[in-house]
Write a protein that binds this ligand. Structure first.
Ligand code: MG
Length: 338
């Protein structure tokens, strides 16, 4: 098998701010595996929060010897080898996972959802994310998000109240809130959540720092809203310790090493009686569409990373009336954008 990769810089529609910082251009790595004249496409969207950069992705991919893999159907074995190559590097690992799954789907001539036995009519609504911004810009973004019935709001700064006030002055839509670890004490987190319960909010993602599980458990015992783990839930092995601390988990392909592990996480969370959400980084349609193929299994979807960019080089899953629409082409099923 041949493995190649190239950097691509995704430009954001608006500079995107969350509790941790701001970005306006996000570099990703597009990956291809080739065997028997079939090309499988993958993508790595590295995040500094999980110790990766575009450079570390390049280094990890350069360390792999794909010429030793001559049967892409052995992805269980190949992906175990890739995972064992070095700790961390989840987005770099995900790019290989996605490319192999795309290759197998293309070889079999079936879209991923069909290979996995999922009903494409059962996709959930996806939320549209509004980053932290000035009240005027937030009102503008909410107007731009008009086609999306669900909004995800980034909070976790000292401006939470003015942001909510700006949003509620222009929309009555159901909101989901992501604090990105921004509320540093349990008392502050509970105070904000109690206030948000009266503001038409459905759930709160990662209210407190991932390092404070005891504080989060204290908040959950008192919280009027469900809590979803994001920064606390990286890979499948994290899930048992989150039982009783959170009501659900947010899976991202770029945290968990790809769709193979995402499937294991979905099954594990369900076995633990927890809700399952899938989110994303700023990504092209390659990774977003791969995640969308799993979406019939989800309670909540937040797969809008491609929509927040202006130069997505691919087209795949679409959003119609807020609902994900899967492509029916084999594999991940993306094609170059027009
Ligand atoms: Mg989050």
């Amino acid at each position: 098998m041949k493995l190649t990769y190239r950097r691509f810089d995704l430009t954001l529609r608006h500079p995107f701010t969350i509790a941790r910082g701001t970005s306006s251009v996000d570099p990703i790595m597009l990956v291809e595996v080739e065997q028997d004249g079939i090309v499988g496409l993958g993508e790595a969207a590295p995040s500094g929060r999980y110790g990766e950069s575009i450079e570390s992705v390049g280094r990890f991919l350069a360390s792999l010897d794909a010429s030793a893999w001559n049967d892409p159907f052995l992805l269980e074995q190949i992906l175990a080898e890739v995972d064992a190559r070095a700790p961390g590097n989840p987005a770099a690992k995900a790019s290989v996972d996605l490319a192999l799954h795309d290759w197998v789907g293309k070889k079999l001539g079936v879209p991923l959802y069909q290979w996995w036995g999922l009903d494409p009519a059962k996709t959930p609504l996806t939320s549209f994310t509004i980053g932290i911004d000035t009240p005027d810009m937030i009102k503008r973004k909410v107007e731009e998000a008009e086609p999306y019935p669900l909004l995800k709001i980034k909070l976790g700064s000292d401006h939470d109240r003015e942001i909510m006030k700006a949003i509620r002055s222009v929309t009555k839509k159901t909101l989901r809130v992501d604090a990105n670890e921004g509320w540093k004490t349990k008392e502050l987190a509970l105070d904000r959540i109690e206030w948000l319960a009266g503001e038409g909010v459905e759930f709160v993602e990662q209210p407190m720092p991932a390092s404070d599980l005891a504080g989060t458990a204290w908040v959950r015992e008192r919280s009027p809203l469900p809590l979803i783990a994001d920064e606390n839930c990286v890979r499948v092995g994290d899930i048992p310790t989150l039982r009783g601390v959170f009501d659900g988990i947010n899976i991202k392909l770029m945290k968990c090493t790809g769709v193979r592990e995402a499937m294991a996480m979905i099954r594990t969370a369900k076995a633990c009686g927890m809700k399952v959400m899938m989110g994303c980084m700023i990504e092209t349609s390659v990774a977003i569409t791969a995640a969308a193929h799993l979406s019939p299994l989800l309670d909540y979807a937040d797969l809008d990373g491609n929509i927040l960019t202006t130069n997505d080089p691919y087209q795949g899953a679409l959003v119609k009336d807020g609902r994900l629409v899967l492509p029916h082409e084999p594999g991940i099923g993306v094609r170059p954008a027009r």
